[in-house]
Write a protein that binds this ligand. Structure first.
Ligand code: F6P
Length: 322
């Protein structure tokens, strides 16, 4: 390869920095030049590229966010706009591109691979863990642990005041984050978009728990992707039944912070493997994880299929609190 460009796109996730470092160091060690693209696809369109040296990725393995910055680029859905991006890459003598991001970013990567001779590799970077073809994504583990830190604290107050807390976690329209957080936090209930919830029934169950002495406080983890406003409606229902619930929306704190050890190793490995796959002649693939091993998945299938929530895991979340 003459040169590889790398960009981060969509919602940032903790571990994007070690992934960038993995790509840059692996490429430089193999004598390949690397360009860092600023602000995702928007920066690519603007030709906002800089040469990356080994020093450019020094002291970033532990930092959250992305040193390359990120954005959501609506315009990139248009073919004419993508043609402009291809031109920029070609003009700079770049023949390979690594894209780190979620669903939308990988869709853009697939189109670029189809519409040009540039070799394109995607890496799954999102706290949502909702990418088909990989059991793990860069940032998911850190986000789970960030939510747990918060919930462990909230539980102290829930217990002192004998209250229910409805804690809303991110995850777009999937319940992976909520399910993992719910199990690990010992939540009384977990509500996810994949399974319909009867508000009255849930409220009744929680009130019955108090009356039967089974519990007088607790954490209900609600995935944000539920029908809009569901967390507040649940709180309203509990109020009508005489409870004094509180709502806590964890929001963007789940996106930031130092990547966990797990995410640093995952991101570094995927970054370095992206360069290996490029050298082996692959393109239009995502590098992901299945059964603990790193593998390639065609981008075409990554964007075509929806990753399903493991019903056994969700059942476990509920079972442990029957
Ligand atoms: O995809 C990551 C994510 O944090 C989702 O969980 C959430 O729905 C969305 O991004 C929020 O996006 P933004 O930061 O653009 O508001």
């Amino acid at each position: 390869f003459n040169a590889i460009a790398i960009l981060t796109s969509g919602g940032d996730s903790p571990g994007m920095n070690p992934a960038i470092r993995g790509v840059v160091r692996a490429a430089l060690n193999n004598g390949i030049q690397v360009y860092g693209v600023q602000r995702g696809y928007s920066g690519l369109l603007a030709g906002d590229l800089r040469v990356m040296t080994s020093a450019s990725v020094r002291n970033i393995v532990q930092r959250g966010g992305t040193i390359l910055k990120s954005d959501r680029c609506e315009a990139f859905k248009q073919k004419e706009v993508r043609q402009q991006a291809i031109k920029v890459l070609e003009q700079n003598g770049i023949d390979a591109l690594v894209v780190i991001g979620g669903d939308g970013s990988l869709t853009g990567a697939h189109s670029l691979a189809e519409e040009s001779d540039i070799a394109v590799i995607g890496l799954p970077g999102t706290i949502d863990n909702d990418i088909f073809g990989t059991e793990d994504t860069i940032g998911f583990d850190t986000a789970v642990n960030t939510a747990l830190d918060a919930i462990d604290k909230i539980r102290d107050t829930a217990s002192s005041h004998e209250r229910y807390f409805l804690v809303e976690v991110m995850g777009r329209n999937s319940g992976f984050l909520a399910t993992h957080v719910g199990i690990a936090a010992g939540a009384e209930k977990v509500v996810v978009p994949e399974y319909e919830v009867q508000i009255e029934q849930l409220g009744q169950q929680l009130c019955d728990n108090r009356r039967s002495g089974k519990g007088s406080s607790g954490i209900i983890v609600v995935a944000e992707g539920q029908t809009p406003g569901l967390t507040y409606r649940l709180a309203q229902q509990l109020k009508q039944q005489g409870e004094e619930p509180r709502v806590c929306i964890l929001g963007h704190i789940q996106r930031g912070g130092r990547p966990s050890g797990h995410d640093r190793v995952l991101a570094s490995s995927l970054g370095a493997m992206a360069v290996r796959y490029l050298q082996a002649g692959y393109s239009d693939i995502m590098v992901g994880v299945a059964n603990g091993a790193i593998l390639d998945v065609p981008l075409d299938s990554v964007i075509r299929y929806r990753k399903g929530l493991d019903p056994k895991l969700f059942e476990l979340a509920l079972l442990l609190h029957k």
